[in-house]
Structures are given as C-alpha cells and as structure tokens.
Design a protein around this ligand. Structure first.
Ligand SMILES: Cc1ncc(C[n+]2csc(CCOP(=O)(O)OP(=O)(O)O)c2C)c(N)n1
Length: 639
C-alpha cells in the first residue's frame, strides 16, 4: 500500500525545502498523504501513532514557515514527531522505526540535523529551547527557536520552571502548545478545564476578533507607543483570553488556533515569527485526527502494535501469558480489598502501570497526578506520614526524575512508601530513553531503602504483599517489561522474609547469583553448562538490599568462582553490591559480573538486545565457560 504511485506529493518531499513553495491547497494534499503513509506503515510495524496523526498540519506549517534546520525546532517527548521525520528525509526509513538498526521512535540528534534536541521523557522542550535561544543571543546569530509541547507534557513541573525563566530572560522564543486534551490517558491538566471554560464563554468569542486586530497592528507602531500598546494588549488579554497564566509568566499569548487549519497555522506563525520576547501559540488539535479508530480509541492507539487498517484492531499473534503489569495491577486490587489504607499513584500511566485495575475498583484510592514523577513521590511521602500506604507505580526510567524526592522526602524520614518499578531492564523498541537500566544503582545507595526483584509473576505477587506489609520504611520492587513466565499462581499471598534469597538448584562447580529476570536465564543456561561438564549452583537473590549475607558467606566459603547476573548497568548494581560484600569481608573469590554495559543501549527487541549484549542464556553460558577457562565443547541448544 505504500507504493509511490498512491501518492501525488509525498515522494517528492525529501526535505522541508521541498514544501516551502507548495500552495495551501497542495499542503492540504500533502497532509492527507502523510496521514495515509503513517497509517500504511504503522499498521504493519506498530509504533507511536495518535500524537503524530494529530500533529500533521502543525508539523507541515512549522517547517513551511520556519527555515529549518537553521531555525531550531524542538519537540517535546518526541513520540509525536513521525510526521517531522517523514518530511525531514526519513520517509523511507519510517519502515525501520524502533527496530534494531532502524531509526529511533523519538528525537535523536545523531539521527538528523533536524532533530535539534533529543527527547523521550516529557516536559523538557521549553528548557532546552531557552538554552538554545540564549546561546544564539550570546553568539549574536539570529535563528528562530521554536518549542512544541503537548498539554500532557505541560503537567510536568519543568515546563513551568522553564517558562518562569523565559519570562525573566526575555529571549526571543516561540512555544507552541499542542493541546489535544489527552496525555496517553485523559489529561490531568487543570488548565484544560480553565481553557474550555474561557473559550466557550460568549464574551470571549465577541472580544477575540478585536484583540487579534490590536495584536496585528501593534508591530506597526513606533517604539514608545508600541510599548504602551503591548502593555495594554497584555492587560486586555489577561482578562479575556485563556492565556492569563502565560501572560503572567511573561509570554505573549496567541490562540486558541485550530491546529488542523493549515492556512490559519501558517498565518499565525508568519505573524509571530518576527515578534520579540517569549511567545506562546496555543493550538487545538485532535489526537488520532483523520483515522477514525485512533480518534475514537485515543488511549489504545497512542502507541500501537500492528493493527488492521480498517478496524484499528490489534493483530495479535497468539495467546500469551499475562504481562507483569497485569499481574501487578490485579494483585494490588486483591491486597487493597483487604487493606483499606492502600492507595495507588501513577504519573500519567494508568494502563502502562496496571493501576487502571485499581482505578476501576477503588476510584477514590487511585491518583493520576499527571506527568509529575517528582510530585508523585512527595505526595506519597505526605500520605505515608498519616498512615496511608501509597504504592507509587512508575516505570524505572521515569522514576529517575524523582531521585531527590526519594532521598529527601521519603528515605530520610524513613516513610513507608512502596515503589513499583515496571519496565526495569531493557524495554526493547523504545530504546535508550526508556530502558530501565539504572534503578538498582540509583536506589541501592539510598539509606533505609529495601529493594527486591522477583524471578517470576508468582514472586511478584508475594513481593507486593511483602512490601505493603513491611512497615519499616521505603521498599521497592523492580520487574521487567513484557509477558511473565506463565507459572502457576496461588491465590494466597506469602510474606517473604526481608533479605532472604532462595536456592534454585544446588551445584558444585560454580555459583550463579541471579536477580529478577535473570533467574530464568540462569536456569536456561544450565543445560549448556551441564553439557560442558559444569554443575552450577543457582541462587535467586531476591533482594539487592539488604543482601542475604548468610547466603553470601556460605557461597564464599564453598565456591572459588562466583557469577552475578542482573539486568541493570554493572556500575553500582547487584554485582557491585556482591563485590563490595566480598571485599569488605576479605574474601578473595573470583567474581564475574554479568549485566548491562556502561553505555546507552540502542533499540531493538528485548531478545535481540539480550543476544547482542551476551546476556541471553547462551551468551551467559559462554561467558561463564570462558570465565572458568573451559573450552566450549558442546554449544548446547537453549529453548
Ligand atoms: C517523564 C515522562 N513521564 C511519562 C512519560 C510517558 N508518556 C509518553 S507520551 C505521554 C503523554 C504526552 O501527552 P502530550 O504531551 O499531551 O502529547 P500527545 O501525545 O497528546 O501529543 C506520556 C505520559 C514520558 N514520556 N516522560
């Protein structure tokens, strides 16, 4: 379906320069072709979808009016930038998006000169754009700087820190607020309600024309009159437009503009292009625009797995085991039914974290705080001071944002907050911005923190039960993205003694201390080791902090060579903790640490990445055989 003959214009567009001479009518055709191309490609390979569909006209208008890449266009989060990629020379590469060696699903500086600032995590664009604008001022050049931020990303505090600073610095900067009233889930942005109220007010609509007239004429005046008029404009707008907050922060507000009307978008961008100081253009768009299933099922088609183009229904390959996310979400509801003090907190990811189950069952004990990870943690700390048991469910990668809140607001006061870190380890297609590669390192150094990782879904349930019933302080569980192993689950919960590991299989030649997802890989690697005459002892560490010192002592005394296995960066992770124990206790055993390298791992499937890094069962077995100087005589087959 992506044959060139189906498209009149799209395949002539190899860079934004090619769209600058097109008429408005031609641009409309181009926009519908970009949509069709996105539908054709993404229905086959999956990827972020709804945000991009809604930003097509906006993207085309920005590249038409501004002289990219000299003018600097900075996208927030990056999942909505597929149209941007398509018209900046990566149209044909879209078929490779999020695949091993293919283009990234987000913005990436090394990928294109049009990707001015890398993204993946939300709410960074205004800060980055201000930095770029100030650098321009210092270097006395004159590029335009434009940040595009979604209403979802506006729930992140950093956006306001950046706006406040922009208002102080007064550098020339245009912020485009792409307002589709959706985050992934319905947005939790309080200002949305305010905008809706103002915009639908009849007085606003009467006055709007007059205000824009004034705004349009301002720049024709001389300096003194202009200054006075600008003040007047600010004053009037502050009273009658929805931009009061932005005006108060020092931005000139323009909007709201219909974000699917390309002619109007071009007109407003042409107008604000030459204005000075911080400008905010408020654009209203519809997520999923132009593709009915994505307009209707906005949340489901924010990001899609391959789907039927007609119905929008996902094409599922086969019946699979439940995901860790589902297991967690359902277990939380079971525990919450018994314990009325338990509440759940998500930062804009109800489905992603499995908290949607709690939302349905106990809406009053469920809190979506928006993309506000720092706030989520301190909010939880406040709840915990009053005897509530907050379960903060945040992906490993996004909890990085709340490092100080975990230390200062939770751990220092030794508050009982439960952290549930989904997507710990390599996440696959989302790549380096989203891999959960660092949580063991950033949590392990915090006093009072207990950290667990389950070997399978049954253990995840028991760890959640343990964490909720452990009253002595902060406690974290990290578990991987994707389907669980399919083990039998008991409907009874079991408390796991804090700091106790589990012997999986006794052995005599080498000890493998495995953590979380790596326990299963260690078991699978055993066959190759056995084929080569090596009998490993396998231990499920369960706890990274506190470590099971009794087990470590026993292992140190029985084995000369020890291997640690983890899906976390080797720096400061589980292996580091074990090495510290050995060093502190004067043990001289040989230790091999297997885990993630000290580099950012690219995107690909989880399996491909494990294989490339030698942390799949086969790679693990080979590394162990090399460690004990064994020639590999039998390569073995791993399921
Ligand atoms: C710090 C952080 N938390 C959570 C996410 C997950 N996330 C990705 S996109 C998104 C919604 C963004 O909404 P918005 O900015 O309005 O963009 P839209 O998709 O609506 O265009 C969320 C919550 C993230 N990328 N970064």
């Amino acid at each position: 379906m992506t044959e060139i003959s189906n498209y009149k214009l799209l395949f002539n567009i190899n860079s934004p320069a090619d769209i600058r001479n097109l008429s408005v009518e031609e641009l409309k055709v181009l926009c519908s072709e970009i949509r069709q191309y996105m539908i054709d490609v993404i229905s086959e390979i999956g990827g972020h979808f709804g945000g991009g569909l809604g930003a097509v006209e906006l993207t085309v208008a920005l590249h038409k009016v501004f002289n990219t890449p000299d003018d600097k266009l900075i996208w927030d989060t990056g999942h909505q930038a597929y149209p941007h990629k398509i018209i900046t020379g990566r149209r044909d590469l879209l078929k490779t998006i999020r695949q091993l060696n293919g283009i990234s699903g987000f913005l990436k500086r090394s990928e294109s000169e049009y990707d001015v600032f890398g993204a993946g995590h939300a709410s960074t664009s205004i800060s980055a754009a201000l930095g770029i604008a100030v650098a321009r001022d210092l270097k006395k050049t004159n590029q335009k700087v434009i940040a595009v931020i979604g209403d979802g990303a506006m729930t992140g505090g950093m956006a306001y820190e950046a706006m406040n600073n922009s208002g102080l610095i007064k550098s020339d900067l245009i912020v485009v607020l792409n307002d589709n009233q959706m985050s992934i889930a319905p947005n939790k942005w309080q200002l949305s309600n305010y905008f809706t109220e103002v915009i639908s007010h009849p007085e606003f609509n009467k006055l709007k024309g007059a205000i824009w007239d004034l705004t349009g004429k301002l720049d024709q005046f001389g300096d003194r009159i202009r200054k006075a008029a600008v003040r007047l404009e600010h004053g009037i707008k502050a009273i009658v437009t929805p931009g009061m907050l932005f005006e108060a922060l020092g931005f000139r507000y323009f909007g709201p503009i219909n974000g699917h009307n390309i002619a109007q978008l071009i007109k407003i961008f042409e107008h604000v292009k030459n204005l000075s100081g911080p400008i905010l253009v408020h654009v209203i768009t519809e997520k999923g625009k132009g593709y009915k299933p994505a307009e209707t099922h906005t949340q489901k088609l924010h990001a899609a797995i391959p789907f039927d183009k007609i119905t929008g229904e996902a094409i599922k390959k086969s019946v699979t085991t439940p995901t860790y996310t589902e297991i967690f979400g359902k277990a939380l509801v079971e525990i919450a039914k018994e314990n009325p003090d338990v509440v759940g907190i998500t930062a804009a990811m109800p489905d992603g974290t499995g908290l949607d189950y709690l939302q349905k069952e106990f809406p009053e004990r469920y809190f979506d705080v928006g993309i506000a990870e720092e706030h989520a943690v301190t909010f939880a700390a406040g709840l915990a001071t009053q005897g509530i048991i907050p379960v903060v469910a945040i992906y490993s990668t996004f909890l990085q944002r709340a490092f100080d809140q975990i230390i200062h607001d939770v751990a220092l006061q030794n508050l009982h907050v439960v952290f549930a870190l989904d997507r710990a380890g390599l996440v696959g297609a989302d790549g380096p911005t989203h891999h959960g590669a660092f949580d063991l390192s950033y949590l392990r150094l915090i006093p009072n923190m207990v950290i667990m990782a389950p070997k399978d879904e049954a253990e995840l349930r028991n760890m959640l039960f343990t964490a909720i019933n452990y009253k002595d302080g902060p406690i974290a569980i990290r578990y991987p993205r994707g389907n669980a192993l399919g083990v039998t689950i008991s409907d009874k919960f079991e408390y796991i003694p804090i700091g106790k590991s589990e012997l999986i299989q006794a052995g005599s030649d080498i000890a493998i201390l495995a953590l979380g997802s790596m326990v299963d890989y260690a078991k699978k690697a055993t066959q190759i080791l056995l084929d080569n005459g090596i009998h490993p002892e396998i231990i499920n560490a369960r706890f990274i902090k506190p470590l099971d010192n009794e087990m470590l002592k026993n292992i140190a005394e029985r084995f000369e060579k020890i291997v640690t296995l983890e899906e976390n960066t080797l720096i400061g992770g589980f292996g580091s903790a074990v090495v510290e124990y050995f060093s502190d206790n004067n043990y001289k055993n040989d230790i091999l640490r297997i885990g993630l390298p000290d580099k950012f791992v690219e995107h690909g499937t989880q399996q491909q990445l494990h294989n490339l890094l030698g942390i799949d069962p086969q790679g693990i077995a080979y590394k162990i055989l090399k460690f004990i100087n064994k020639n590999i005589v039998n390569k073995g087959i791993v399921a």
